[in-house]
Every structure is written in structure tokens, then in C-alpha cells.
Design a protein around this ligand. Structure first.
Ligand code: AHM
Ligand code: MG
Length: 334
């Protein structure tokens, strides 16, 4: 058997940091701590079918969705893995309306972590892939406890973003602005190993991904664009295939690897769609752009949106450069 160089997530992070003069190492520690939390979540997610931890807790989260026990667990695991390290000054979780302060007895650091602990959780009972999403910023306030202001920065200020997809295998995909890199968890050794170096999304794909059940409420631009994708035209691979898992990370991950477009538009009932700018839109946009794709909210780069609220929603059109550009044209023409 040929022996290839084995690059663990930790080695990749450390080597990446070494190439940045002046790096303190704080940052690799943050990602390392986070990867521990992720392995714990992975362990719980993979035995979800075995033990009786499924089912709703009976409460609803602030968006009105049913909260499953695994969401609560994942949320708690990430917070507790990150609260005491001295690197963060504040956190924000999609599961909590308010920012999450660092406990008073721990030191406060320079960074801000935002996360969606378990995205797509309504799919858990059907054993469909779910994900964790994270996003890292430098704080704006000088010191002490981080504030809401530290948490609601525009996406272009992210210094790292990533997601984990708990799928047929578990993968972690992240960027720190030097391309997008994917790691597959080797469960036998509990390590994420580099499996997809420098992921580039194809310039154009042949798959579209959207909840077409919302058709009735879409703007005419979105309707016309989807009809365009369904027309026959051999040179442009149309009609495209439709694929919609309904678990954003799974749909986005496929889009990243195979190309095409994932969209969750605003509509007449929900003008800003369903996905949250700080927890879903921005990290995905950063990753897509770093992989050579595009990410817009319909009229501008998602990363340029200046957020007003921690939980604000945004329409999302992400994927291959050409696909998003064509979509943009349809949206403009209406
Ligand atoms: P969640 O955070 O409650 O899990 O909801 C987010 C999920 C995304 O993963 C997915 O893209 C979207 O909701 C699907 O929504 P819909 O069922 O409206 O198509
Ligand atoms: Mg979620």
C-alpha cells in the first residue's frame, strides 16, 4: 500500500498559521477546541438512532421550530468547549435569542464565535444528513465582555468559517481566507484527515436546489429562472436536475462539490426567506466565494450586507459563478 502524507486537521491549521507571520497560535487553538466539540456532536448524532434521545423537547426555539434534544445537546457542547479557553469574548448561537456571554470567572479574548449547532434538525428522525455551521470574527470592542456589536459584523469581516456535515461520512469544510479545505473524519482514530484540498466549485453546474413548494409565493424573477432551468438546451445541460434535501448543509455541500445553485429566496410571505444571515448566509457565502463561486441575496453580495440584528434573515442564492450570475439577471429583470 502506498503511503500518502496524512494531514490531520490540526496539522493543517498549524501549518496554515505558520505561513502567516505574526500569528499567535490562538486561532489554531480555537479551531482545535471546536473540532473536539464537533467530534462529541458527531458521536451523539451517530448513535441517535440507537438510544432514546430523539423526539422533541416540547419547547419551540425563537424561530418557532420544534427543538429536538440533539440541538440542545449540540448547542451546549459547543458553548462548553469554547467558554473557558480565553480566546473568545462572546458567542452567538442560532438556538439563543441573546448573545452568549463568557462566564465571569474566565478570561475574555479577542475573537467572536457564531454557530448554528445542528442545522436541518427536523431531518434527524429520518436519518438525513444534518450539519453544524460556524463563523469567527475579531472583536470590535477593545476589551472586557464582548457585546452585540461584536457579533453583528458584516460577513466580509469573517476570519474563518466552516461547516460539518454528518452524512454517509462526516466531513468538516473550512476556510480562513486561503481557499476551502475539506476533511473527512476517520472514526477509527477520531481524527479529521485532509481529503479535499483547495476545493473549487465548478464554474457552471447542472443541478438546482430549492424548495419548489414555495413556488406560489415567489417573485416572478425567481419563477422565470426556475422555468429557464427546466427548459431543454443541450449546450447548457438543461434541463437541470432538481435536488433538495431540505438540510442546508447537505444541499450546500453537494452544490460546492458538483456545482449548480442552491437558493432560498424571499417570497410574498417571508420577504427575507428563511435562512439567517449571521448563522447560515455569511459562513456559506465566505466558503462559496473562497471556492470560486458566488453568493448573493438577490441584489448584492451576502458578505457586504450590514447586519442590524443577530437573527435577521436573508434570501440566499449561492453556487457556481455562472449559475448565480444568470439567476441574478432573472431577478433583476423580474
Ligand atoms: P433549522 O435551522 O430549523 O434546521 O432550519 C434550517 C433548515 C435548513 O437546513 C434548510 O435549508 C431549510 O431549513 C429548509 O427549509 P424548508 O423546509 O422551508 O425548505
Ligand atoms: Mg438550525
Amino acid at each position: 500500500m502506498a503511503h500518502h502524507k496524512i494531514v490531520t486537521l490540526e496539522r493543517h491549521i498549524i501549518e496554515g498559521e505558520r505561513s502567516h507571520p505574526g500569528a499567535t497560535g490562538n486561532f489554531s487553538n480555537i479551531l482545535r477546541d471546536l473540532s473536539l466539540a464537533i467530534k462529541i456532536i458527531w458521536r451523539e448524532v451517530s448513535k441517535a438512532g440507537l438510544v432514546n434521545i430523539l423526539g422533541a423537547t416540547g419547547t419551540e426555539n425563537i424561530h418557532g421550530d420544534q427543538v429536538k434534544k440533539l440541538d440542545v445537546l449540540a448547542d451546549d457542547v459547543i458553548y462548553k468547549a469554547m467558554d473557558h479557553t480565553g480566546h473568545l469574548c462572546v458567542m452567538g448561537s442560532e438556538e439563543h435569542e441573546e448573545i452568549l456571554k463568557i462566564p465571569t470567572n474566565y478570561p475574555k479574548g479577542k475573537y467572536v464565535l457564531l454557530y448554528d449547532p445542528l442545522d436541518g434538525s427536523s431531518n434527524i428522525d429520518a436519518n438525513v444528513s444534518i450539519g453544524t455551521i460556524f463563523s469567527l470574527y475579531r472583536r470590535i470592542t477593545p476589551n472586557g465582555d464582548g457585546t452585540l456589536e461584536d457579533c453583528i459584523q458584516p460577513g466580509y469581516k469573517q476570519i474563518a468559517a466552516g461547516y460539518v456535515v454528518y452524512g454517509s461520512s462526516t466531513m468538516l469544510v473550512y476556510t480562513t481566507g486561503d481557499g476551502v479545505h475539506g476533511f473527512t473524519l476517520d472514526p477509527s482514530i477520531g481524527e479529521f484527515l485532509l481529503s479535499h484540498e483547495n476545493i473549487q466549485i465548478p464554474k457552471r453546474g447542472k443541478i438546482y436546489s430549492v424548495n419548489e413548494g414555495n413556488y406560489k409565493w415567489w417573485d416572478s424573477g425567481v419563477k422565470k429562472y426556475i422555468k429557464y432551468l427546466q427548459e431543454e438546451d443541450k449546450p447548457t445541460n438543461r434541463p437541470y436536475s432538481g435536488r433538495y434535501i431540505g438540510s442546508m448543509i447537505a444541499d450546500v455541500h453537494r452544490t460546492l462539490l458538483y456545482g449548480g445553485i442552491f437558493l432560498y429566496p424571499g417570497d410574498s410571505r417571508n420577504p427575507n426567506g428563511k435562512l439567517r444571515l449571521m448563522y447560515e448566509g455569511n459562513p456559506i457565502a465566505y466558503i462559496m466565494e473562497q471556492a470560486g463561486g458566488r453568493a448573493i441575496d438577490g441584489s448584492r453580495r451576502i458578505l457586504d450586507v450590514v447586519p442590524k440584528k443577530l437573527h435577521q434573515k436573508t434570501p440566499v442564492f449561492v453556487g457556481s459563478e455562472e449559475d448565480v450570475t444568470i439567476c441574478e439577471k432573472f431577478l433583476k429583470e423580474g
